[in-house]
Design a protein around this ligand. Structure first.
Ligand SMILES: Cc1cc2nc3c(=O)[nH]c(=O)nc-3n(C[C@H](O)[C@H](O)[C@H](O)COP(=O)(O)O)c2cc1C
Length: 177
């Protein structure tokens, strides 16, 4: 079935899934669908894609990169959650690493990033590091971990919905040129 807009995402612990649902709700019209990337059997039926992922070692997981590299002639927006919070420079780097996989015959609509909580074992690792070498960097990592526990929060989801509105404005401009 032909679709206007498809939200496809991967989410290990639910953060990206929350953002995906907010994004899906904000997409105008009825010709839209939301699925986990690995359970979507008809991945190429839409014109516009919102592809969501969690930051994985400065990039996205292989299944996301593989999917992006298989897209041609589509409009594509990205969204992601990251353990690292409120760091536009860092988000830009991840965006660059991921969009490198998107073929140039697609129309890129931009990205939305927000903070996402991490498993408690990450904090335990930081605590061990702090005990061995109590420098300011590791305390910053602990602070970042604790801030992440609240995310994605209501404001993040609201920002995600604004992002969708901007994407559609931009897409409209592209159509009318
Ligand atoms: C193996 C692994 C690698 C990660 N790498 C990064 C990273 O490079 N940068 C970052 O900001 N967060 C990183 N994180 C944190 C996750 O991206 C973050 O917690 C995200 O919100 C998880 O989303 P999810 O709940 O949808 O799985 C990593 C997490 C895991 C498990």
């Amino acid at each position: 079935m032909k679709l206007k807009t498809q939200v496809l995402y991967v989410s290990g612990t639910g953060n990206t899934e929350k953002v995906a649902e907010a994004i899906y709700q904000a997409i105008p019209g009825f010709s839209k669908d939301i699925k986990k990337l690995d359970s979507c059997f008809e991945k190429y039926a839409a014109d516009t894609y919102f592809v969501g992922f969690w930051a994985n070692r400065g990039s996205a997981s292989v299944e996301v990169l593989d999917f992006l590299s298989s897209l041609h002639g589509k409009s594509v927006a990205l969204f992601a959650t990251c353990g690292m919070g409120e760091d536009p420079e860092y988000y830009k780097k991840i965006e660059k690493n991921v969009t490198a996989f998107l073929p140039e015959d697609n129309y890129y609509l931009g990205s939305f990033f927000c903070h996402g909580k991490m498993p408690i074992k990450v904090r335990q690792r930081y605590e061990h590091m702090a005990a061995r070498n109590p420098d300011s960097r590791v305390f910053q990592m602990l602070r970042n971990f604790d801030e992440a526990l609240l995310h994605p929060d209501r404001k993040d989801l609201e920002n995600a919905r604004h992002f969708v509105a901007n994407v559609f404005q931009k897409a409209q401009g592209n159509l009318s040129r």
